[in-house]
Write a protein of this length. Structure first.
Length: 150
């Protein structure tokens, strides 16, 4: 189990090497990169934020939320993580851009998230899918392609 006390923000992500939006016929797709599972999850969250394209409420106070998720495998954890973030964006209009990973393994994450309310989201994410989802180990770390139903 990979244990770490680290934090990161979407502004600190790896730029062009964090994620990229891919052309997809009906939905949206992200190819996400990370040196390890923790960075992959953070970069996936930042990619989700780029798709949501939130307009933040002026002067909105930042909030802090704890999240703990478990899954059967790394792909399921990635789907659970993005689904949790998409749900909070849709239901509470909260968009998180700072992440403190307290515990990460291929099947579990415990994290503290900071974010703020969005006045408007450019698009809503209906679901994070398992369509062709696979996390692949490469020479540079991990890569995953995630398809999102918008």
């Amino acid at each position: 189990m990979e244990k770490k006390k680290a934090s990161s923000t979407c502004d600190e992500s790896q730029g062009d090497t964090a994620f990229e939006e891919l052309d997809h016929t009906a939905d949206r797709a992200l190819r996400v990169y990370g040196l390890d599972m923790g960075q992959l999850l953070i970069n996936a969250a930042c990619g989700l934020n780029s798709l949501l394209a939130p307009e933040f409420a002026p002067g909105a106070a930042r909030c802090k939320v704890g999240v703990q998720l478990e899954a059967l495998d790394a792909e399921s954890l990635l789907v659970e993580w993005l689904s949790e973030l998409a749900y909070r964006a849709e239901s509470e209009r909260l968009v998180f851009d700072e992440f403190e990973l307290q515990e990460v393994s291929p099947t579990r994450i415990r994290a503290i998230l900071w974010g703020r309310p969005a006045a408007r989201l450019e698009r809503d994410i209906k679901a994070v899918t398992y369509h062709n989802l696979k996390i692949v180990q490469t020479e540079k770390g991990l890569t995953a392609t995630v398809v999102l139903d918008v």
